[in-house]
Design a protein around this ligand. Sequence first.
Ligand code: ATP
Length: 365
Amino acid sequence: MAQIRIQNLRKEFGAFTAVQSSSFTIEDGEFFMLLGPSGCGKTTTLRMMAGLELPTGGEIFIDGEEVGMKPASQRDIAFVFQMFALYPHMNVRRNISYPLISQGVSKGEVRTRVEEIARILKIEDILDKPVGGLSGGDRQRVALGRAIVRRPKAFFMDEPLGALDAEFREHMAEELRALHDRIGATTVYVTHDQLEAMQMGDKIVVMNHGVVEQFGMPQQIYDWPASRFVADFIGSPSMNFLEFEGMIGIGGDHVMLDGQRIAVPVQRQGAEGKLTLGVRPEHVRFSDASGYRAKVIATEYLGTTQIVTLATANGTIKARISSSDKVSQGQTVGLEFNPRTLTIFAGARGHALVSEGNEGVLRHG
Ligand code: ATP
């Protein structure tokens, strides 16, 4: 069990900065996701925390102790690179026992620990089978068993489900999360898949170009993204962006789009110039009473809901509405947005302006 804190952590490879001054805290027992597109610095951050890469600057604390210069072997972390990496010539029991035997743990203790792990992973019946003939799911469980049998302070996993097909991946994601809930060890998990991060994580750090854009609980990040990048990266379809030129002052409670007054959460921060109003597809409603008009370009049936693509004076947006609502291509509709859920983005990086909705939630790295 471990609390892990990084403070102004930085990594340069020559002239290239892979991780720029990052800070966040992973609480003891959390399932913590490092999320972002390829090349954003997730793996480098994880490797620095594990002691596999030397930071260029900043500090790493495990349970309050600064470990930046400590080698990986002294950090008591299990790194799960690739779950299928088993010793093919050994049976399941030997595969799981191996880390304990190489540490010189007594035979009796090895037996007890392996059987305890087998119970947790529900693989007691295959302990004496060769790994060669096992199903993919069982192989994955054995590999996990080998990682957790040491009882490390924390588990680090780098895209562990990356190579699996979609269905099996979802199943293993559920198992991993359930296993975490049973053993409660701090887990840091790298993924580029926002759905996986939302489903599995207690907390998420979203990274982009080596910068921590935001960290928080999945729902906080979904509801109140700190930047346009986060708003766009999380959610499917992602948040809509209505571009407009205008201003909003501190205490302002509306913006003007195409001559129409659109209510927004009371602002704690103002801005002017090129602004963007962010609205999630499920917070767009059709209303004949609204003067803010849009034309239906396309509809996509998804079972209980449908995605409607709309052309507005401020750009193309998508609405998620019930499939029982009748809309047809070419139709003109009035739009309403749930005012409590709106975010205004400003500035070159598109940071979210602080409002009564997101204040207290926005935590940049
Ligand atoms: P991916 O999912 O593609 O691995 P990532 O977010 O994990 O992406 P990193 O592997 O941390 O990204 O890499 C971040 C950046 O640092 C990338 O541009 C990568 O090319 C660069 N990088 C990583 N390791 C090295 C290295 N040893 N030398 C030079 N550049 C590196």
